[in-house]
Ligand binder design. Structure first.
Ligand SMILES: [Zn+2]
Ligand SMILES: [Zn+2]
Length: 346
């Protein structure tokens, strides 16, 4: 089969490789669509080899079950689904509480194994997955379904964790209208009564946010925090969802979040928000506000995201590429030229 593989730092190759063998508790999935995520770019730019053998990228996977492991119960060939990307232990304290996205088996700050970022992923004709990671999608279109596995899941999880703050009359700020941000705008509109303000450095991305239901778009710049305070009677945003995670966006969040508000860091830009302990009237961070570094989501977040997509409340903006053109698609993403999500079709 063909697979898009990382063979060294900055080196992506379409290679002919054997179809994966599956173990007794695995499924073999025939891939129908695989989304491209910004974290694939991070992996591509890691300056050392991630592992000895080439790594097939791809953690937003949709497809059809081709073969079922001998000990798997309740699954059959031909079922359509997507892959839950947290391949967690399933038995630690966090997993049994439903928080499989922060499974403790990997360690305190690591993440659970994820296809395409450790085990081989879905930018290939076939992929081996643990049967427990398969989530049915009914008749949802594969190209729509694939990005739900991360763009949908991670956005939904960040928003679900701030739902207490997002009361009617509140304001939610979404920074970065890329693959996740444009999905987050729709999830906010579908699941909360908050006013949604989009922030981006590109007018085109703000136009996409408006198409997705944002009430207002702000071009990122020196006056953005002041503009958010101005629109919220000086109180600030009840929740700020940062899909960039750079120093500038962290600064914006610190300067614009409300007292008792929620700052959620989802983007992996390495930004460090400056949060200082200090008396009332001190600089920056307001009383009661929380910050959460948000990774992936729970299984129920994923199922709810699929529910939004299947009922037409969430529609991912797609740019379709053949698997062979994956390198070009990643280059376009790197240059900020993808509208919504790039999806590869093997
Ligand atoms: Zn991702
Ligand atoms: Zn666990």
């Amino acid at each position: 089969m063909q697979a898009l593989q990382l063979t060294g730092p900055q080196t992506l190759e379409l290679r002919e490789v054997p179809v994966p063998e599956i173990g007794p508790s695995d499924l073999l999935l025939r891939v129908a669509a695989a989304g491209i995520c910004h974290s694939d770019l991070h992996v591509l730019h890691v300056p050392f080899r991630m592992r000895e053998e080439p790594l097939t990228l791809g953690h937003e996977i949709a497809g059809t079950i081709e073969a079922v492991g001998s000990e798997v119960v309740g699954r059959r060939a031909g079922e359509r689904g997507i892959v839950y990307l947290c391949w967690s232990c399933g038995i630690c304290r966090e997993c049994v509480s439903g928080n499989e996205n922060v499974c403790m088996a990997a360690g305190r700050t690591a993440m659970p194994p994820c296809p395409g970022l450790g085990p081989d992923g879905g930018m290939a004709e076939y992929v081996r997955i643990p049967a427990s990671s398969f989530v049915p999608i009914g008749d949802l279109d594969f190209l729509q379904a694939a990005p739900i596995a991360d763009a949908g899941l991670s956005s939904f999880h960040a928003i679900a964790g701030a739902r207490e703050q997002l009361r009617p009359g509140s304001t939610a700020v979404v920074i970065g209208i890329g693959g996740l941000g444009h999905v987050a705008v729709q999830i906010l509109r579908a699941t909360t009564a908050a006013t949604v303000v989009a922030v981006d450095i590109s007018e085109d991305k703000l136009a996409l946010a408006t198409d997705c239901g944002a009430h207002e778009g702000l071009l990122a710049g020196a006056g953005t925090a002041a503009a958010i305070l101005d629109r919220t009677d000086g109180r600030g945003a009840a929740a700020v969802f940062d899909f960039v995670g750079a120093d500038q966006t962290a600064k914006l969040a610190v300067e614009s979040v409300a007292p008792n508000g929620a700052y959620r860091m989802i983007g992996l830009g390495g930004g460090a928000p400056e949060i200082t302990a200090g008396p009332a009237g001190g600089p920056g961070w307001p009383w009661g506000a929380t910050v959460r570094k948000s990774y992936g989501g729970t299984r129920s977040d994923l199922i709810d995201s699929i529910g939004l997509a299947r009922t037409g409340r969430l529609r991912v903006e797609i740019e379709r590429f053949d698997l062979a053109d994956g390198r070009e698609a990643l280059d376009r993403l790197d240059r900020g030229l993808i509208r919504g999500r790039a999806v590869l079709v093997p």
